[in-house]
Design a protein around this ligand. Structure first.
Ligand code: V0D
Length: 253
């Protein structure tokens, strides 16, 4: 005799037009992995993968706007990425300016606000200036918050929070007794943001790699084998639908 598992039958993907805008994750975070492997597969240099990945960022921004996500946090450069060859780092550091030159007008039209998390001051001046300009130009927009994790590391974030807390305690701006999860979260780069509801990682790796260590405590994780430059609106919707399915199952318990 077989046990009935009715929910398994429903697992077939619904067509796009049947997709409901209820229970959309408010905050989606993405580890955009597989740009190098995408390039290698095509016999191209790694930087060609990064450039193709840059256009996929805008594809994803459009999808996030369309499906009314509130916050999209993208891991663009980790504190560990400085160890890569200098020429690759130099190339990566030019991508924000290139991206914004190409897409800032569309971000404005779509009411998108640009922000960053990470150690902003340690970035090259030319990168900082391009990004700062976009932050200022978009600061009144109240649609999607496009949050670039730029020179970001989760442990680094926690350490810089600790240092600031110690300073504030020493200067009697904060009492050690009042420190709790809520107070601590206010010292993180993500101050004021809700935690990610959904983390997406592309390219088959299933790790968080020092991304949003504190904030991902209760997030749903969704992985795909797809290399980041091949990621599409359809893949994004698949992740959203999977998220909705998980929420519906919990709701039934
Ligand atoms: C390369 C895949 C957009 C990941 C996406 C500095 C690796 C493409 C930006 C960007 C990168 C950052 C800030 C901003 C506007 C755009 C970006 C970097 C890498 C590293 F305000 N794509 N992108 N930044 N890649």
């Amino acid at each position: 005799m077989s046990i009935k598992l009715p929910f398994l039958k429903k697992k077939q993907k619904k067509p796009l037009n049947d997709f409901e805008l209820i229970n959309i994750p408010s905050h989606v975070a993405i580890i955009m992995d597989g740009n190098g492997r995408w390039a290698k597969k095509r016999g191209l240099p790694r930087i060609a993968g990064h450039k193709a990945g840059m256009d996929t960022v805008q594809t994803t921004v459009r999808a996030a706007v369309k499906y009314e996500v509130d916050v999209l946090t993208l891991f663009t450069f980790s504190t560990e990425n400085w160890k890569r060859p200098k020429l690759e780092v130099d190339f990566l550091m030019k991508l924000p300016k290139e991206f914004l030159h190409k897409y800032l007008p569309e971000l404005m039209e779509n009411n998108v606000r640009v922000e960053t998390i990470g150690d902003f001051d340690s970035l090259p001046a030319h990168t900082r200036e391009a990004v700062q300009h976009a932050k200022e130009q978009t600061k009144e927009n109240d649609g999607l918050l496009l949050n670039f994790a730029l020179n970001y590391g989760g442990r680094d974030e926690i350490i810089q929070a600790m240092k600031q807390i110690v300073t504030d305690v020493e200067q009697q701006q904060l009492s050690a007794e009042s420190l709790d999860e809520h107070v601590f979260a206010n010292y993180l780069y993500t101050k004021g943001l809700s935690d990610p509801d959904l983390l997406i990682r592309t390219s088959g790796e299933q790790r968080i790699s020092n991304f949003l260590l504190w904030q991902l405590a209760y997030s749903e994780f969704w992985f795909t084998e797809t290399y980041w430059p091949d990621f599409t609106e359809e893949k994004f919707v698949e992740a959203l639908q999977d998220y909705q399915l998980r929420k519906r199952r919990y709701g039934g318990l």
